[in-house]
Design a protein around this ligand. Structure first.
Ligand code: HEC
Length: 214
């Protein structure tokens, strides 16, 4: 009887160790080797929307970001992402379009793995609930002024909205560092799928291919 118990104990511990190896160690050792792109690679220039913010709110922009440079743009994107996490926007919004239920008709191009392989999606923000719409194709859907009004009080532009007001993204009525960051971040989400960006990427890939073949 004791022998059987000992065998079961050893078998149990063995299974436990095997499961740890299979579901813990192996995925981590494999995934940690995947190269993650930096903002320098995926957002080499400040976006048109970011420059527009610097012209629309010149004093607030200069106060928090100075000039609309690449560095300022990256600072805003990172703060936007961090604020999105801190304010738990992901409780109500997803950032992932699935190839089912005609989601592409409602939101836009179905998501693909590579678009998440960069520092802006660590941790990933797929989300699990859609109290509000998916946001991964938000870029260009609205203007900067629409976003400003919407964060100040969603019901100003969407009368039946249950999204909360984010008045602390503003100093008075003008967006502050968080407000500017959040608008820049919204306008960035999915900007790489616009026809202009796709063509730009294709040209860059083509140039790389030519270099390699020389
Ligand atoms: C309680 C749930 C809830 C929370 C929390 C929430 N939202 Fe929303 N959001 C909604 C709903 C519902 C809508 C649709 C109605 C509307 O446009 O306001 C919406 C709409 C939006 C839209 C407009 C999308 C479009 O183009 O129609 C944006 C952008 C947005 N939310 C961003 C955010 C951000 C950023 C945060 C966090 C700072 C946030 N939301 C927090 C529920 C929420």
């Amino acid at each position: 009887m004791e022998k059987l118990a000992a065998i079961l104990l050893i078998a149990g511990l063995g299974c436990f160790a095997f499961a740890g190896l299979l579901t813990g160690y192996l995925p981590v050792s494999h995934l940690s080797k995947i190269e993650v792109k930096t903002l320098d690679e995926i957002a080499p220039e400040p976006s048109i929307d970011f420059i527009d913010l610097s012209e629309r709110y010149p004093e607030q922009f200069a106060k928090y970001y100075g000039e609309p440079t690449k560095e300022a743009f990256h600072k805003a994107l990172r703060l936007g992402r961090d604020t999105y996490i801190a304010e738990a926007c992901w409780h109500c919004h997803s950032q992932f379009i699935r190839p089912v239920s005609n989601e592409d008709i409602r939101f836009g191009k179905v998501s693909w793995a590579d678009e998440y392989r960069n520092e802006m999606f660590l941790p990933h923000l797929f989300g699990t609930r859609r109290v509000g719409p998916d946001l991964i194709r938000e870029s260009g859907r609205r203007g900067n002024d629409w976003h400003a009004a919407h964060f100040f009080d969603p019901q100003l532009v969407a009368p039946l909205s249950i999204m909360p007001r984010y008045t602390w993204f503003f100093d008075g009525e003008e967006p502050n560092d968080k407000g500017i960051a959040m608008i820049a971040y919204m306008q960035w989400l999915g900007s790489w799928t616009t026809p202009q960006m796709m063509a730009y990427q294709a040209r860059k890939e083509g140039a790389k291919g030519e270099e390699a073949s020389e």
